[in-house]
Design a protein around this ligand. Structure first.
Ligand SMILES: *Cc1c(COP(=O)(O)O)cnc(C)c1O
Length: 374
């Protein structure tokens, strides 16, 4: 039996190879490698895709978070609330701009729990960073009510959710600003690092354009000491090419997810869209108390699975040094022991998807018969 790897980025390259080579030629001959028309075009198209007024290409998803905080003057002495279950960059970005990372627990859908979030608000809180984890939108209506009440900036960490919708609106158009990643593991990805910020706020967009480019107002004068974090023209051109396919790819992710859920729902906890949302299933995560055994069983059948994420953010070294302890966020910690991510990508063939589901079923059915016969 051939192996089913957790990701296989070469397949997408193979499918788009001739179009990508054309893009490389176009950018190469143009001689414009930084902040060119290619970047403008991608920004325009991505903003439209999200239903946002502005998009600003930057060097990475992490930089998209950091620059947005910096452009809002969020830093030393401020607190930002982040879910305890996310990729490390969510917390790292807050720390990088000088603010204090304050965690909140998640709900069963793995997204920040609005009730717990509100308990964490203090007089020093400046911003909330809901993460649309696995491509599922966070509870934005509840979060925006809390933000309004306490006058907080809402930065969506939309790194995993390009194209997901919440009450009919795409992520990236829901908060004060949103940060996307174009890292190779995200649904919309380039051939290296890249990121993009969206916002409805023209003045913030203008400041972000300066922040990513040394604080420059024009060729020779800067408004403030800024950074260098730009989306390369070549990556922007590749992102623009792939953006045309994103809806089609996301539809395939959703189709695979619904097939998995139908086949596996009787054995494990499966993710499910609520009527107001469409997840893009950047990750397809099941839950079972037999997670470790199942993971081993699948590996023996040649199916690679992963855990997102095995170590909660509040139990990472820098958090322990800041005084966080096991037991602080019970739901995050419980979920970390139950979750397992199955392979999901647009290029996965139907027979591979069927095999993954059959193997998971075989694990549980095999066990049931052992129990029955003992
Ligand atoms: C990938 C990711 C990031 C960071 O993006 P990079 O482009 O790798 O810097 C931030 N937050 C979340 C939730 C992510 O998944």
């Amino acid at each position: 039996m051939s192996k089913i790897p957790f990701v296989n980025l070469g397949l997408q390259y193979e499918a788009l190879r001739s179009e990508i080579l054309d893009v490389v030629d176009r950018v190469g001959y143009s001689g414009q490698f930084v902040l060119s028309e290619e970047v403008d075009k991608f920004e325009e198209n991505f903003a439209r895709f999200c239903g946002a007024e502005h998009a600003i290409g930057v060097g990475s998803g992490a930089d998209a978070l950091v620059l947005t905080f910096m452009a809002n003057g969020i830093g030393s002495g401020d607190e930002v609330i982040v879910p305890a279950n996310s990729f490390v960059a969510s917390a790292g970005a807050v720390h990088t701009c000088g603010a204090r990372v304050v965690f909140a627990d998640v709900a069963r859908d793995l997204n920040i729990d609005p009730f717990d979030l509100e308990q964490r608000v203090t007089t020093r809180t400046r911003a909330i960073m809901p993460v649309h984890l696995t491509g599922r939108p966070a509870a934005m209506n509840e979060i925006l009510v809390i933000a309004k009440k306490h006058n907080l900036f809402v930065l969506e960490d939309a790194a995993q959710s390009a194209g997901a919708t919440y009450h009919g609106h795409r992520t990236g158009s829901l908060g004060d600003a949103a940060a996307f990643s174009l890292h190779p593991l995200k649904n919309l990805h380039v051939m290296g690092d890249g990121g993009v910020i969206t916002t409805q706020n023209a003045e913030l967009a203008q400041r972000l354009r300066q922040w990513r480019n040394h604080g420059l107002k024009n060729r020779d004068e800067c408004a403030f000491w800024g950074r260098n974090s730009r989306l390369d023209s070549l990556q922007a051109a590749i992102a623009n090419l792939k953006l045309k396919y994103l809806e089609q790819w996301n539809a395939r992710f959703r189709k695979i997810a619904s097939y998995y859920s139908e086949r596996l729902g009787e054995f494990v906890g499966v993710p499910m869209d609520r009527s107001h949302e469409q997840s893009i299933y950047h990750r397809y995560i099941i839950t079972t108390p037999q997670r470790d055994e199942l993971m081993r069983f699948l590996a023996e059948s040649g199916i690679e699975s992963k855990i997102h994420y095995p170590v909660p953010l509040h139990l990472q070294e820098p958090s322990l040094a800041a005084g966080y302890r096991p037991g602080d966020f019970p739901m995050t910690e419980e979920m970390a022991t139950l979750i397992l991510s199955l392979p999901i990508y647009a290029e996965l063939q139907d027979n591979q998807v069927e095999r993954v589901a059959s193997e998971v079923r075989r694990f549980f059915i095999g066990q049931a018969s052992t129990l029955g016969s003992s």
